[in-house]
Design a protein around this ligand. Structure first.
Ligand SMILES: Cc1cc2nc3c(=O)[nH]c(=O)nc-3n(C[C@H](O)[C@H](O)[C@H](O)COP(=O)(O)OP(=O)(O)OC[C@H]3O[C@@H](n4cnc5c(N)ncnc54)[C@H](O)[C@@H]3O)c2cc1C
Length: 385
């Protein structure tokens, strides 16, 4: 293991660039494996997508290939309080996904998905007709059928990445906030990474967990990736008595119709979905477009008409990196030994985040992982224009 030095050049076994849920959880799990680690974050940990997201801890709807990773993550979510010594408001209160009467083919797809997901460890209950309305009386008349996952749930995204960072720091990781990496290169056997204020960090292993900014770093190693940044539209209502334990969402191929909500124990309803807005990673800015919020509110009234009566007290968005196939880049570099990536989680990285951290730590510490991630190789983009 490399000993930290006190000179201008700071050394450790692993350097991580990016302090969202991916970077912070990897830092903790690396420390648990006895690996020394320094994490570099432009701003404050958890301030970008990991801290601004909707908070769905949802396995259903993920590609079947991703379920082993999602299951690995759920095992960690379940022991999160003990792992982090903090309550990150993870509540396993279920997730119901519904479809509308004018899209009956979605109900068939739900059935197929439920049959295929069961052997992968995800049990889904298909519900329709009176049974659906008895169980979920807030659903609107346009809703045809639903698929319920009892073991999914939600958590407070503002708490999770900072809690991972604090736990990693307690376990011996160096977490360097206000440290924006401007240049990264491999010099001899080590990576040399320079921050905007002129500090240099060195390690034989480099992990890029820079979210929507991942391409800025992978391109420095000759591996550009077509990341598009967008800002999902979020709203929160005034608090009302707590009555809706599960997360609720619509299954539809139409982005405009895609809407979801959850109620926090304090009573507020958090709403996400419908049209996403613009995001500018180079400026660290994303914008809520009023027309997108209005579209979201139209859609939420179809899903749960009673929500129409609630006042929206705040809207926000965040910067998320999307890849053309909606899958992340995860795994070793195709070109540079010792370099690893985990970025571009395309709107669904929060649930799998702790699993990603565990897998990346395993991969870095042992050279292999028991969870399939080959589909996420960065090589799938090499050769693109
Ligand atoms: C509004 C919104 C709603 C979402 N809802 C959900 C949901 O309900 N469920 C779900 O599963 N997923 C959801 N997602 C997706 C999920 O939040 C992300 O996939 C996940 O948080 C990505 O984590 P990350 O660590 O890769 O990225 P981030 O949290 O963005 O972290 C990357 C970090 O890298 C840092 N960085 C970048 N460049 C540099 C550099 N050069 N030097 C140093 N640091 C750098 C950034 O400052 C940033 O803090 C949502 C996303 C958004 C934006």
């Amino acid at each position: 293991m490399t000993a930290p030095t006190t000179s201008r050049v700071q050394a450790s076994d692993v350097l991580i660039i990016g302090g969202g849920i991916m970077g912070c959880s990897t830092a903790l799990f690396l420390r648990q494996r006895g690996v020394s680690v320094t994490l570099l974050e432009t701003d404050l940990v958890g301030r970008q997508a990991s801290g601004t997201n909707f908070g769905n801890v949802r396995r259903q709807g993920r590609p079947l290939y991703q379920l082993p990773l999602a299951n690995r993550a759920i095992d960690i979510w379940r022991r999160m309080d003990a792992l982090l010594d903090e309550d990150v408001e993870y509540r396993q209160r279920g997730h119901i996904r519904v479809c509308y009467r004018d899209r009956p083919e979605m109900a068939e797809r739900m059935e197929t998905y439920a049959a295929e997901a069961r052997p992968a460890g995800l049990d889904l209950e298909l519900i329709s007709g009176n049974a659906l309305r008895d169980r979920f009386p807030f659903l609107g008349p346009e809703v045809l059928a639903g698929s319920y996952s009892a073991q999914d749930g939600h958590a407070n995204p503002r708490l999770v990445a900072p809690a991972f960072a604090r736990a990693a720091r307690r376990a011996g990781a160096a977490i360097q906030e206000n440290t924006r990496v401007t240049h990264a290169a491999k010099v001899g056997e080590d990576f040399e990474v320079e921050s905007q204020d002129g500090r240099v960090f060195r390690a034989p292993i480099l992990l890029v967990t820079a979210g929507a900014w991942g391409n800025q770093l992978s391109a420095q190693f000759g591996e550009p990736v077509p990341v598009t940044a967008r800002g999902p539209t979020m709203s929160v209502t005034e608090p009302v008595p707590y009555a809706i334990p599960p997360s609720v969402g619509v299954m539809t191929p139409d982005e405009v119709e895609t809407v979801y909500f959850r109620q926090v124990e304090r009573g507020n309803l958090v709403i996400g979905g419908s049209t996403r807005g613009p995001a500018h990673p180079e400026l660290y800015r994303s914008y809520v477009m009023p027309r997108n919020t209005l579209s979201q509110l139209r859609q939420i009234q179809r899903l749960a008409p009673a929500l129409r009566r609630l006042n929206i007290i705040r809207v926000w968005t965040g910067i998320e990196g999307y890849l053309p196939d909606s899958l992340p880049v995860m795994g070793p570099s195709g070109r540079v030994s010792g370099l690893h990536y985990a970025f571009g989680f395309s709107g669904s990285g929060f649930q799998i985040g702790p699993g990603v951290g565990d897998v990346m730590a395993e991969l870095i510490a042992t050279g292999a992982t028991t969870t399939p991630i080959d589909a996420y190789t960065i090589n799938r983009f090499q050769g693109d224009d």
